[in-house]
Design a protein around this ligand. Structure first.
Ligand SMILES: [Zn+2]
Ligand SMILES: [Zn+2]
Length: 857
């Protein structure tokens, strides 16, 4: 990035020029991480303007290994601004992927370097440069900002898509253009000559009521009106070995590599290669391989149209050989895919019932072509905020939709391959069905295998965006998710779902006309890019706003920091809501204070679009710190679904409704508050410690005793591999597990205060092992001993100090009163943990006091 300039330079600052420092070449040759080296060409260079402040970046100083000194002549300034960054350092995970002490990838609190400024009179100022405070890494993990420093580029306003692309953003999602509204439209009319063999010699044109311009004529032969195209057809284009298909468009917006004369290509995409022969044995949502030589073409054309393929080859559409799965290897050319013209009613029921049930559905034909119901997208759009249709586009490769249990489809004759699933308790089905001329209805039966619902457990996704409440209700029911928390929020200048928030309605409840089994409630996710995000679920009354503060990227430019996560959380709790820290732990900052202050009910393990990543040990390591210090908060699962590439409930919360109580949204909130929860990507678990359920707290007197731990784990989706016992953040027991069902008992000697949780690992055969499920803990206090891990407490204190520093330094301020009030909230959380730590007999070196002379002025 030679000469980085993000706007004009202020006259208030001058670049500091020094003697010493490296050439760019020497910096590039230094011993840095490969990632930093690769990014160096993007680093500021030469005369730069960063946030309006001029710098000369020609002679960087590499602070590594030994002291470096540069000299100035007569530098005087009230403010010195440092343009600096760090390399990354390895995380130091243990064999289980856990990190302790957990300072985050940004290594909050570590000293990156120390600056000593010497004055002409011999005086010296020492400036410790602390990571995630005065400096951070050159490529930060999302949610690990600096508290006292800002990025070198200014935040900026961006234009809405229609302002960048013309007023067509919404229209473009239709993926069609009738093309009959150009600035100058001529009309084509085809006349069928009754005497085709008789020569014509003249055309006479006589004027009528309006001037007419005839631009030309064309004559030819065709079996039917050359302007009438037939319905959609599909073909497989096999490219010669070594040739790859280009998705590029030509100047008229058409595909360059394949086109039709009397017709149009609708779509062209690499052919998905599904395991059709072993379809019944492959697993739900398993991705197809993607062919690098075959392209699935969809088109509409006159019967005598001709394909024009890159390289000048032409193939008549009428002369295509039928696609046969086994052939196509070796040769190149076009083969036709069996047309989908048999209209079939499809019904999905639970065995023993005739009532259709909502499911996620995928159907494809012999060539791997996706077959959508007649009222669903044939080409789902998984871009962010472009389309909130009820589809699931797994990594853009495996397309599915949600139906209410009954739908109408146009299918090809011959075999079709169907997938239907409905959450983690019903066995997903992959089934081959042969359609023949007499097929008009297909019924598929599903089996409910695991009885967790019958034992009082209900499932929830704590974090879904953009869907309408009714779409969320369908997707939730089809994924077997009982509670979908749809979160309104703000994204810069964009407000989403705010019209769906009314602070009272639970969609799907009996009061709202539903069956009471699947519920949707609109809450809010309130967000701040440095301090963090907080999800406020199921609260009553008016929306808790502003939903974002402090500027981009979450909030609008110029928004001051007028509220803390702690403030939002307190309002939510006061109005009967449940408070969740979403996509825990990042942004990794002020939620430490909210948690220590008792304002948080749960921390959320998040999937986004990843079905195979499992529960991230990064998230667990961070949660364990709070448990180690005695702060019991539930583990919950939420997807943060923002587009169709994420399925509702990919990772989900199981919470147990109190015995004897009917399921309702209020009872679900109670279960989360009680921490009787586990998080899962598939395996279902039960755990008791001395007969007490997850989320319990109890005491043993004296020197403790032996705890009786009983557990059970079952799955119908992700195969399990190991079941482990986590005690105070460490794996204490580990046993190999049968993929589908396992149970056991352990005796655990507890001679100090301990928390105990169950962890299940598992994986699909072709995927890496993941943490597939994790319970909330049972906390056992022994002999009145405190839960206090000093190393963890220190890292939590550092987070709160960071949040304070942000308020004091670079956070945009609202008014003085709210600034002071927010400081007090954070100071009080800091004090409470700090005091507890000292009461437990842990002493530590105090970090330099957060003294910021600027705020006294
Ligand atoms: Zn968020
Ligand atoms: Zn979110």
């Amino acid at each position: 990035m030679p000469r980085f300039q993000d706007g004009p330079a202020t006259g208030l600052f001058q670049p500091v020029r020094w003697e010493g420092g490296l050439s760019r070449g020497a910096l590039a040759a230094a011993s840095l991480s490969p990632e930093m080296k690769a990014a160096l060409p993007e680093a500021p260079e030469g005369e730069c303007v960063c946030r309006g402040i001029p710098f000369s970046a020609d002679h960087p100083v590499l602070i590594q290994g030994q002291r470096r000194t540069v000299s100035f002549s007569g530098l005087k300034a009230r403010w010195l601004i440092f343009l600096h960054t760090t390399d990354r350092s390895p995380l130091g995970e243990n064999a289980h992927g856990f990190i302790s002490p957990m300072r985050g990838e940004g290594r909050l609190g570590e000293i990156a370097c120390t600056y000593r400024l010497r004055y002409q009179d011999g005086h010296q100022e020492t400036l410790p440069i602390v990571r995630r405070r005065q400096i951070s890494v050159f490529a930060r993990r999302w949610g690990e900002n600096s508290f006292d420093a800002v990025g070198h580029a200014k935040p900026r306003a961006t234009r809405a898509p229609h302002e960048q692309l013309g007023p067509e953003w919404g229209r473009k999602q239709t993926r069609v253009d009738s093309a009959d509204f150009p600035p100058f439209l001529c009309w084509l009319w085809a006349w069928e000559n009754p005497r085709p063999n008789a020569p014509l010699t003249e055309l006479e044109c006589e004027p009528g009521s309006v001037p007419v311009v005839l631009f030309g004529m064309s004559g030819g032969d065709a079996g039917s009106n050359p302007l009438r195209w037939e319905g959609r057809s599909k073909a497989i284009l096999t490219l010669p070995a070594g040739v790859s298909f280009s998705p590029d468009l030509d100047e008229s917006g058409l595909l360059r590599d394949v086109s039709l004369d009397l017709g149009q290509v609708i779509s062209a995409q690499p052919r998905p290669l599904y395991p059709n022969d072993g379809w019944d044995a492959s697993y739900n949502n398993m991705l197809p391989r993607i062919s690098d030589r075959e392209v699935l073409i969809e088109y509409t054309a006159h019967p005598e149209a001709v394909f024009h393929i890159a390289g000048g080859r032409t193939v008549p559409a009428s002369g295509l050989a039928a696609f046969a799965p086994a052939s196509g290897r070796g040769g190149s050319g076009l083969a036709s895919v069996a047309p989908s013209r048999t209209r079939v009613r499809l019904r999905i029921v639970e065995r023993g019932s005739s009532k259709p049930v909502p499911v996620k559905l995928h159907v494809h034909g012999e060539a791997g072509e996706y077959l959508a119901p007649v009222d669903r997208h044939r080409i789902p759009n998984h871009a962010w905020f472009e389309d909130y249709s009820v589809d699931f586009s797994h990594r853009g490769q495996h397309w599915c939709t949600y139906i209410d249990g009954e739908t109408v489809m146009d299918l090809p004759l011959g075999p079709v391959h169907l997938e239907a699933s409905k959450g983690f308790e019903i066995k997903p089905v992959r089934k081959r069905i042969v359609v023949d001329g007499s097929t008009s209805e297909i019924t598929v039966e599903l089996d409910r295998v695991l009885p967790w619902r019958a034992r009082g457990w209900v499932t929830a996704d704590t974090h879904v965006h953009f869907l309408s409440p009714v779409s969320a209700l369908l997707e939730g029911a089809a994924e077997g998710v009982n509670v979908v928390n749809l979160l309104a929020s703000q994204w810069g200048e964009l407000m989403t779902n705010v019209g769906d928030f009314d602070g009272k309605t639970t969609w799907g409840s009996r009061e709202a006309g539903g069956d009471g089994e699947h519920l949707v409630r609109v809450g809010t996710e309130n967000r701040q890019h440095v301090l963090g995000h907080i999800s406020l679920l199921g609260y009553e009354g008016r929306i808790i706003a502003p939903m974002t503060t402090g500027g981009p990227d979450e909030s609008a430019l110029g928004d001051p920091v007028g509220a803390l996560l702690s403030d939002w959380a307190e309002q939510c709790k006061a109005r009967g809501g449940v408070v969740i820290v979403p996509h825990f732990p990042n942004p990794r900052a002020e939620h430490a204070a909210a948690l220590v202050g008792g304002r948080v009910d749960g921390v959320e393990m998040t999937a986004w679009g990843n079905l195979y990543g499992g529960i991230d040990p990064y998230s667990l390591s961070d949660w364990y710190r709070y448990l180690n210090c005695g702060y019991l908060v539930a583990a919950v699962g939420g997807t943060d679904k923002m587009s169709s590439d994420t399925a509702v409930g990919t990772v989900r919360t199981y919470a147990r409704i109190q015995h004897g109580k009917p399921f309702s949204y209020d009872e679900w909130k109670e279960a989360v508050r009680r921490c009787e929860t586990f998080v899962t990507y598939g395996p279902l678990i039960e755990l008791t410690v001395d007969g007490k359920p997850m989320g319990s707290r109890f005491s043993l007197s004296g020197s403790g005793g032996t705890l009786d731990i009983e557990w059970r784990a079952q799955s119908v989706t992700v195969p399990m591999s190991r079941v482990e016992l986590v005690v105070n953040g460490e794996i204490r027991e580990s046993v190999a597990a049968d993929p589908w069902t396992a149970e056991g008992r352990w005796q655990l000697k507890a001679d100090r205060s301990s928390w105990v949780a169950l962890l299940v690992r598992g994986h699909y055969p072709d995927q890496p092992e993941i943490v597939a499920a994790h319970s909330s803990p049972v906390m056992v206090q022994v002999g009145g001993g405190a839960f206090m891990a000093a190393a963890d407490a220190l890292t939590i204190l550092e987070q709160i100090e960071g949040a304070l520093a942000y308020l004091d330094t670079v956070g945009t301020r609202a008014d003085t009163a709210s600034y002071r009030r927010m400081r007090m909230v954070l100071e009080s959380a800091h004090r409470s943990l700090h005091n507890r730590m000292h009461q437990a007999g842990h002493y530590h070196e105090h970090t330099p006091p957060a003294d910021h002379p600027e705020h006294h002025r």
